[in-house]
Structure formats: structure tokens, C-alpha cells
Design a protein around this ligand. Structure first.
Ligand code: ADE
Length: 231
């Protein structure tokens, strides 16, 4: 099947390692953002970074699908660790994503839920399987778990504990849960990969600045291996 694969990040640093490796780049400006049509080992890809947060990520995911016709979406970037087994530069794939800052609990609903929505949305199983095969072939450890998303940079023990205990989440970031909503609604298989940049604690801001580039590159390199393997 011939297809177009969307690859998105939230920040420039998350897509720059991709742009260094793809070929035949064509830049398109749309909706105050830049989209890069390109090829990688003969596969058509469209690459963009959304800017940080759920609203921008939703906009970019929608445009990649609706305007550029992408029929698969891969997200590459960094995350804060919740699970203590996750160390800086470790890779985690999302099994499910939720929105930790979505709160109408006063009306008796659970955190992360609005009527007609879902607390958690699962990523595509086939894409996860491909990721696991690549990790195995490369001898890389790849964790799988719940990733919690919110429009907040988390750098406190208390908030991290709330997210961990409420959603049983292993990592957190600021876009995946909204990309999940878009891809689920538009019935596009999607995959979220993150390399750990910090532990969402008191030193998260410093760690994030220190490890953003190196962790983003680890994630981006893995995503390109996936592009080659996707049928
Ligand atoms: N992405 C990477 N680290 C993060 C953190 N601590 N909070 C929110 N998003 C992140």
C-alpha cells in the first residue's frame, strides 16, 4: 500500500534530527506553521513541529491528516518520567494516552473524562509491534506504558504523584493525549514515542534544557527506523 506518513514533534529540536536525514525536502507554509514534505528511503513523509501544548498539537495533527493526506501518524519527542525505572534518554512507547488536566470532576465524572469522550485512547497495535521488533533487533530497551498529557510543564512531586496515581501513568508530556483524540476521531493509526528528558521533579527544568537535544535525537532516529519498516 502506498501511503504518506506524518511525523510530528512539538519543538524544533524534536524534528531537526529528522530533517537532517530525509531527502527531497519541500517546505510548505500553512496556518502559521511550516510543513516539510520529504522522502526517506523512498517513503513519502510529511514532517512538522506543532509548538508546545495540546491546542497546537491538535491543529498540526489535523492538518497533517486532512490537508496533507497522511494515513499514519508517528509522534517523536521527549517526556518527563514518572515510572522510576525510566531514566534519562530511555525510550517509552505509549500504549494509551490520557489528558491529566481535563477536569469536570465537580459533575461527578472521573479525571480526564468528558461526556462522549474516553479517559484513555490506545495507540495502534501494529505500529507498536513494529517498534518492539526494531528495539529487539537493535538490542534497545523499549518500555511501554500510559503517557499522560497536559498543558503544564510538571516539576513538582505532588503533581507528578497525582498523575501517577490517577492515571497509572509512566511518563508525561504536553501533546500526545490531544494527538490521540484527533487520530482516533479521524481513524488514523498513530504511534507516540518519547525519550526521557527529565523526571518531572524539582530539577525538571534544568534536566529538560540539558537533555532535550540528545533525547530528542534518540527518539527521532528510532522513528526513522520505523518509517522503513512500515508497510
Ligand atoms: N516534556 C518533557 N518533560 C516534561 C515535563 N516535566 N512536563 C511536561 N512535559 C514534559
Amino acid at each position: 500500500m502506498s501511503s504518506k506518513i506524518a511525523i510530528m514533534g512539538a519543538m524544533a529540536e524534536e524534528i531537526e534530527p529528522l530533517l537532517d536525514k530525509v531527502e527531497n525536502i519541500k517546505k510548505i507554509e500553512y496556518a502559521k506553521n511550516i510543513y516539510y514534505e520529504a522522502t526517506y528511503r523512498g517513503r513519502e513523509v510529511v514532517i512538522a513541529y506543532s509548538k508546545i501544548g495540546k491546542v497546537f498539537a491538535s491543529l498540526t495533527a489535523t492538518i497533517l491528516i486532512e490537508k496533507f493526506g497522511c494515513d499514519r501518524l508517528l509522534f517523536s519527542g521527549v517526556a518527563g518520567a514518572i515510572n522510576p525505572d525510566l531514566k534519562i534518554e530511555d525510550l517509552i512507547i505509549a500504549s494509551d494516552l490520557c489528558q491529566h488536566d481535563l477536569d469536570i470532576t465537580v459533575f461527578g465524572h472521573p479525571f480526564g473524562y468528558v461526556p462522549e469522550g474516553q479517559v484513555c485512547i490506545s495507540t495502534d497495535k501494529k505500529l507498536r509491534e513494529i517498534a518492539k521488533e526494531i528495539a529487539k533487533a537493535k538490542g534497545l530497551e523499549l518500555k511501554e506504558g500510559v503517557i499522560a498529557t497536559g498543558d503544564q510543564f510538571i516539576s513538582s512531586k505532588e503533581r507528578k504523584k497525582f498523575i501517577s496515581s490517577t492515571f497509572n501513568a509512566d511518563a508525561l508530556e504536553m501533546e500526545g493525549g490531544s494527538v490521540a483524540v484527533i487520530c482516533d476521531a479521524l481513524e488514523v493509526p498513530f504511534f507516540i514515542l518519547r525519550a526521557i528528558s527529565d523526571s518531572a521533579d524539582g530539577s525538571a527544568d534544568i534536566d529538560f534544557d540539558t537533555f532535550l537535544e540528545s533525547s530528542a535525537k534518540i527518539s527521532a532516529d528510532f522513528i526513522l527506523d520505523m518509517v522503513e519498516k512500515i508497510e
